[in-house]
Design a protein around this ligand. Structure first.
Ligand code: SF4
Length: 466
């Protein structure tokens, strides 16, 4: 028996980050049945491979912006008689939709049900839905590194050390999928997995690499990773930074090879944060926290969502000013009300009905805004202009000068190697967007979406991610 795991093409093409679900699903499969032959396809890196797939069962991992591509691949495979199982965040948030393109859907985390899926497939009794539980993370296998091929080599693997989040940001698709309780992996397992990565750099894939109230666990983890000889980056909350425990933790993070903290800024003011339910970020001196991280030799990059129904035109310019004031790099995107999130419920009446999932990638305005000055085309154009402003060569070089010297040369090289290609990609996307205007105007005719109901059976909270 042969199984093929597929990650459909990404909206902006190839990235140097290997899709983590493929190598991890390969490990789960190997553990459940070592006799199964496994092939992994990251379609962005291997565009021709999809047409040549020969296998008995295909597992397609879909996020919202890749869902349509995943459904197209499924149609081709099923025409060849290959059974298809969908999983990951979009399939979990929209199981009935996914099922209409496949033979089965894994809803939620796969670990608890994957051996049963394989068994049912072998006996010809694949069920339409499998409901994964949020289990303790004390026995996750090391991903099977080395199976991913392609013309262009992925340069970064993702290692997760925990799942879950206690906060309730309305736009977030992580929380509905992984649940409200933080579940940590044993530190020795994380060290084992980091050691197995073939590359010298990796990405920490946690929702948050350090949690308020768990600073000691983060410090212990970083101390244990100190001997890995590898450099890393990850998403970080600013909440615990200014406490004495936070500073000890930052020191340990730096010593463990941490180069850059990615920070979700979301909104400029506390009112804006409250509108998104992002209470975990309210009331903090966030700019002081950013400076403290940098004082400890770790670079900071800000992720900013713009164009929400409570945001104004000014916010685009304010985000650029923030980036200049702090001397950090920034990655803006337009707000996306992903299925399974609270924001999607709130924005439901205003969603453009004919804008499919392929537009849910952070570059399109997919809902009406109450301010007539924030027409969708204005928000989209401002998104491109803001992105190109913060990615201008002048700002990229200015940022490089302000990257902490202790992070030299790795953080400087990563900054340059990531921002210049992204700038080039955005220039091309901006040009394409200008040619799409007529098509977009047609799609923005009607608003208000009635979501297809989730599958009838009882299922865990579902979410998805972009
Ligand atoms: S955005 Fe971050 S802090 Fe907010 S709910 Fe999601 S994972 Fe938690």
């Amino acid at each position: 028996m042969k199984i093929c795991f597929i990650f459909p093409p990404l909206p902006f093409g190839w990235t140097p980050v290997a899709p983590p679900s493929l190598e991890y699903l390969a490990a789960l499969t190997r553990r459940a049945d070592p006799s199964i032959e496994i092939e992994l396809i990251s379609a962005s890196a291997m565009p021709d491979a999809v047409d040549k797939i020969e296998c008995d069962l295909a597992g397609i991992s879909i996020l919202t912006p890749t869902a349509v591509g995943g459904y197209r691949i499924a149609e081709k495979l099923r025409a060849k008689g290959i059974k298809v199982v969908f999983g990951n965040m979009h399939a979990s948030a929209m199981p009935n939709e996914a099922k209409s393109y496949g033979d089965a859907v894994v809803i939620g985390e796969a670990e608890s049900v994957w051996p049963q899926v394989l068994k049912d497939f072998r006996s010809g009794n694949l069920k339409p839905f499998y409901f994964g539980e949020q289990i303790p993370l004390d026995d996750l296998p090391t991903p099977l590194y080395g199976l991913l091929g392609g013309r262009r080599k992925h340069q970064f693997r993702i290692v997760s050390t925990s799942r879950g989040c206690p906060y309730n940001c309305t736009f977030c698709s992580v929380k509905p999928f992984y649940g409200p309780k933080i579940r940590f992996r044993p530190i020795e397992h994380v060290v084992r997995d980091v050691g197995a990565i073939p590359e010298k750099m990796y990405i920490n894939g946690d929702e948050n690499i350090w949690w308020e109230g768990h600073e000691q666990r983060a410090t212990d983890l970083f101390n244990a990773l100190r001997g890995s000889g590898k450099r890393w980056m990850g998403f970080a909350s600013l909440r615990p930074i200014l406490s004495p425990a936070g500073k000890r933790m930052l020191h340990a993070a730096r010593e463990s090879g941490m180069l850059t903290a990615w920070v979700g800024w979301e909104a400029m003011t506390d009112e804006g944060l409250k509108a998104y339910g992002a209470k975990g970020k309210v009331g903090e001196d966030r700019e002081a926290a950013v400076r403290t991280i940098r004082d400890h030799g770790i670079d900071v990059s800000i992720f900013y969502i713009l164009g929400g129904r409570d945001d104004s035109l000014d916010d685009f310019q304010k985000s650029v000013e923030l980036c200049d004031r702090l001397g950090v790099s920034m990655h803006p995107s337009l707000v996306v009300p992903y299925p399974g999130t609270k924001l999607r419920e709130q924005y439901g009446p205003y969603l453009y009905r004919d804008m499919g999932w392929e537009y849910y990638n952070g570059a399109y305005a997919v809902f009406e805004h109450p301010d007539p000055g924030m027409m969708p085309e204005i928000r989209e154009e401002l998104f491109y202009k803001t992105s190109l402003q913060v990615l201008s060569l002048r700002r990229v070089l200015k940022h490089m000068v302000r990257i902490p010297g202790r992070a030299f040369p790795h953080a400087h090289l990563i900054s340059l190697m990531s921002q210049i290609p992204i700038q080039h990609g955005y220039k091309l996307a901006y040009k394409k967007w200008r040619n799409e205007q007529e098509e977009l105007r047609e799609k923005r005719g009607a608003v208000g979406i009635e979501e297809p109901s989730a599958c009838d059976s009882k299922r865990p909270d579902a979410g998805q991610s972009g």
